[in-house]
Design a protein around this ligand. Structure first.
Ligand code: PEP
Ligand code: MG
Length: 891
């Protein structure tokens, strides 16, 4: 029989796949002897079976009964008993944390009879009725899918009727009335009365949690976070403990270090006389843990002890949810906590300094996406700003945009290409679409652990929360008497929490500036806090450098980018695209080349191009002196350098109609027509161009070798490599090589210098990969052009699909992420493996690189490491990210 139910004491933290993150950690804490209310977990496998079959597996009911009875026997109380009721919480808990995405029902087991038993046992009638109304509210919304606003509205009405501001001030009578109202709402909206039978409540709540796996917002969240859609969620059934039993009770969340900055010291929010979701939902403003110290020193002390134990056990920042019931501390959840990018770097190095983890482990605690975030620009300190006020910096970054008040408007604005800032009183999971669409999120309520803060941090989205001076009401916001309306410009600083009116210019981040300085000189100009962060980044990057096997080069085609990339740690150029050298003023030369009637005329153009190209390469080789520079010969179809066909046709037609025939223009149009292709990406480009247009590649090879000779004569150490694009057959390569080798020999003789210039090829076509054994006969290196290789393997046009049908493909789960963004390991990756292995069979010292966009993508880099690639090449900004990921891949 499959085991679908595990008591907390049966599991452990390594069972996240089966028990979900929450269940696995509850089990771990139970086994550590921490004060966890007893309970059990229904596995993700049960959820998957339920979702597949549309009903629970038969054994599940039986196993739940057994687990429940054991729980009841241990506690000496029964679920929903009329005298001393056992109540339970039912919470979702998937393998990957999905904050606020799924469902929770508390106080299951309460009904018209057991509410009286709870009153007797607790001696607190108000508490009992408050618990009952919470059950009705959560059950109605979550299990019966009744609009939550109806309950919230009735709660507001009850407060207004009694003339109080917050729910804890509601009297027993008001709560009793509210229970009656909620029951009527349930009957009206669902057509059936609220189920009084405790087991029926439990079974329905379990189902609701299973179903919550597939809500629209949960699917959207997973798509964004690249979490597979078929994992399912576990369900945790846990004995209720009550934070709403008066002023000696409460509930809170805490972090063992500050998850926003990474600085040491415990951090958290606490709400007196409150239950479960009140804190995370950010509904009331919270107290800090320091306040708890004054309120309940003994629970506070115990909480600190538990936090220290958890940190020692997990050797990482932990976040926890706890409840204090009449001065007794209970742990409801823990996990290795989410954190900002800065906090991740700081905490990883702190833990090394505290001898809790090794440097290798520290490297695993950070990633390239976090480093990218730290390199983002921020607001210009010198710019004129109009400060509206300050909330809490919940997720760093700097964002300016048009203000919108709801998720739908945010999505619409973003679809129109506008930068928008989503402003809400507080967010809830229904705002997810708007949060994704917005540049930043601003809320007037809630702390750093509110829904808005947690979700924004997870997304790396700028967020300021708890900006309490801002009153958000009726589609407008008021701060300090100033009214802000939809469409007004606003700027938010997710580090400082500052909110500004209007747009504020942004500047480079200190981390990026430091990294670009290459020598650490920028450190002295920044405050100690930032310097501390920069040191943490530098330390982990240096460690990555010391252990990585993959080298990191850059894609650059001018000296300026080359210098920048070199400072950022590039170990050469992996791809210099030469087409950019034929644009601007030089475009006319290409026109003349295309129009040339014979070889001699073409040669005059080459003669003019030669010194220009040579100078380009001298500059590039000088900037990268001593490091390899791979120059790719011209790749794109020639028509890309010519005027647009339609525009030129119209012009010629107009000229003809007005009798102003221009011979040159006519000839140009004829050439444009001749070169026109329906499918230019599969047409006359790359090596084909070199074979069809005599002299073109020869010119480039000459310019490259002469440039190398000049730099060498000047005392430099040029290490240039020539790369032939879009090769499909070794024959193409042999033909080009023949010509190139002759030129290389000639230049060496003419200049009297010895040059070593390897000639290699790009692998961009499946045929090249599949015939790599042969291709390697004529290539001294391979560089995988994964952009074209993805395009040609899938048969997707890389220029068209991303805005087109990819949205549907991502939605329908054909892939989780665009294969142009992260390498399709199964298909394109297989070709790379084959080419790498076969190529090296022919030529054991064959050097292998990757120069498509995937060279800077973290996940792809790990794959390239695994298949024995020698280097990746990426844009200058991504070089540090690739260094870090290459180090992480080597751990
Ligand atoms: C590639 O195809 O991956 C590549 C690097 O070349 P380009 O993007 O210039 O086609
Ligand atoms: Mg290409």
């Amino acid at each position: 029989m499959t085991q679908y139910v595990y008591a907390f004491s049966e599991g452990n933290r390594d069972q996240r796949e089966l028990l979900g993150g929450k269940g696995a950690n509850l089990a771990e804490m139970t086994n550590l002897g921490l004060p966890v209310p007893p309970g059990f977990t229904i596995t993700t496998q049960a959820c998957r079976s339920y979702l597949a079959a549309g009903s629970e597996p038969g054994e599940l009911r039986v196993q739940v009964t057994m687990a429940l009875r054991r729980l009841e026997d241990d506690l000496g109380r029964q679920l929903g008993d009329r005298h001393d009721p056992l109540l339970v919480s039912v919470r979702s808990g998937a393998m990957h944390s999905m904050p606020g995405m799924m469902e929770t029902v508390l106080n299951v087991g309460l009904n018209d009879a057991s509410v009286k038993g709870l009153t007797e046992e607790s001696g607190d009638e108000r508490f009992a009725w408050d618990s009952y109304r919470r059950l009705l509210q959560m059950f109605g919304k979550t299990v019966l899918e009744i609009d939550g606003e109806i309950f919230a509205g009735a709660l507001d009405d009850a407060k207004a009727a009694q003339g109080v501001d917050v729910d804890v001030e509601l009297s027993v009578e008001s709560l009793r009335d509210l229970v009656a109202t909620f029951k009527a709402v349930i009957l009206d909206e669902s057509g059936s009365p609220f189920p009084q039978h405790p087991r029926e409540q439990l079974d329905l709540a379990i189902r609701a949690v299973f179903d919550s796996w597939n809500t629209e917002r949960a699917r959207l969240y997973r798509r964004r976070e690249r979490i597979p859609q078929d994992l399912g969620t576990a369900v945790n059934i846990c004995t209720m403990v009550f934070g709403n039993m008066g002023d000696t009770s409460g509930t809170g969340v805490a972090f063992t270090r500050d998850p926003a900055s990474g600085h040491g010291g415990v951090y958290g929010d606490y709400l007196v006389n409150a239950q479960g979701e009140d804190v995370v939902a950010g509904i009331r403003n919270t107290l800090s843990l320091a306040d708890l110290k004054n309120l309940d020193p003994s629970s506070y002390k115990q909480l600190l002890q538990v936090m220290r134990r958890l940190e020692t056990h997990y050797r990482d920042l932990c976040d926890i949810e706890f409840t204090i019931e009449r001065s007794k501390l209970w742990m409801l959840q823990t996990r290795v906590g989410k954190r900002t990018a800065a906090a991740a770097f700081r905490i990883a190095t702190q833990l090394v300094d505290e001898n809790l983890i090794t440097l290798d482990e520290a490297l695993e605690r950070v990633d390239g996406a976090q480093l990218a975030q730290l390199m983002f620009p921020r607001f210009d300190g010198a710019a004129e700003k109009h400060l509206l006020g300050k909330g809490m910096g919940a997720s760093p970054g700097a964002a300016s945009g048009y203000l919108v008040f709801d998720s739908a408007t945010a999505e619409k604005g973003a679809a129109e290409g506008k930068d928008v800032i989503l402003v809400r009183k507080e967010t809830n999971p229904d705002d997810l679409g708007g949060m994704i669409a917005a540049r930043g999120v601003l809320t007037s309520r809630g702390g750093k652990t509110s829904h808005a803060a947690v979700v924004a941090r997870g997304m790396g989205k700028t967020c300021v929360c708890g900006f309490s001076e801002l009153e958000v009401k009726d589609g407008a916001a008021t701060v300090d008497g100033r009214v802000l309306r939809e469409g007004d410009l606003i700027s938010i600083d997710g580090s400082s929490g500052e909110v500004f009116a209007g747009e504020v210019p942004v500047v480079a981040s200190p981390v990026a500036t430091y990294l670009e300085s290459g020598l650490g000189t920028a450190v002295k100009d920044i405050d100690e806090d930032t310097a501390d962060l920069v040191r943490a980044v530098d330390r982990l990057l240096s460690h990555a450098d010391s252990i990585r096997r993959l080298r990191v080069r850059t894609n650059a085609d001018n000296a300026q980018d080359a210098v920048r990339a070199r400072h950022l740690g590039a170990q050469g150029i992996g791809l210099c695209r030469t087409e950019h050298m034929f644009l601007g003023e030089r475009r006319v030369l290409i026109e003349r080349l295309v129009l040339a009637p014979d070889r001699a005329t073409r040669q005059t153009v080459y003669d003019e191009l030669l010194p220009l190209q040579r100078q380009d390469f001298v500059e590039l080789l000088t900037a990268m002196d001593g490091l390899p520079v791979t120059i790719r010969l011209l790749d794109p179809p020639l028509h890309e350098f010519l005027p647009d066909r339609t525009e030129l046709s119209v012009k010629v037609a107009v000229d003809r109609a007005t009798g102003q025939v221009d011979e040159d223009e006519e000839r140009l149009l004829a050439a444009v027509e001749r070169l026109h292709e329906s499918n230019p990406m599969l047409g006359l480009r790359g090596v084909r161009l070199g074979l069809v247009l005599p002299g073109l590649f020869a010119l480039q090879v000459r310019a490259i070798s002469e440039a190398a000779a000049i730099v060498k004569a000047d005392g430099g150490e040029p290490q240039v490599e020539i790369m032939i694009p879009l090769v499909g057959s070794v024959m193409e390569l042999f033909l080009i090589r023949d010509e190139a080798d002759q030129i290389l020999r000639a230049v060496q003789e003419e200049k009297g210098v010895a040059l070593t210039i390897p000639i290699g090829t790009m692998i961009e076509l499946p045929r090249a990969a599949l015939t790599a054994t042969r291709v390697a006969e004529a290539a001294e290196f391979f560089s995988f052009g994964t952009n074209d290789l993805t395009q040609t393997t899938w048969g997707f046009s890389r220029d068209d699909v991303e805005g087109g049908f990819f949205a549907t493909y991502l939605d329908r789960g054909v892939f989780m992420v665009s294969p142009f963004e992260s390498l399709d390991v199964d298909g394109v990756g297989r070709l790379i493996r084959i080419a790498a292995q076969d190529g090296r069979r022919t030529r054991p010292d064959l050097k292998l690189g990757v120069c498509g966009e995937h060279g800077g993508d973290p996940e792809s880099i790990h794959f390239f490491h695994r298949v024995g690639i020698d280097y990746v090449s990426c844009s200058p900004f991504r070089v540090p990210i690739a260094r870090l990921e290459a180090g992480r891949a080597a751990v």
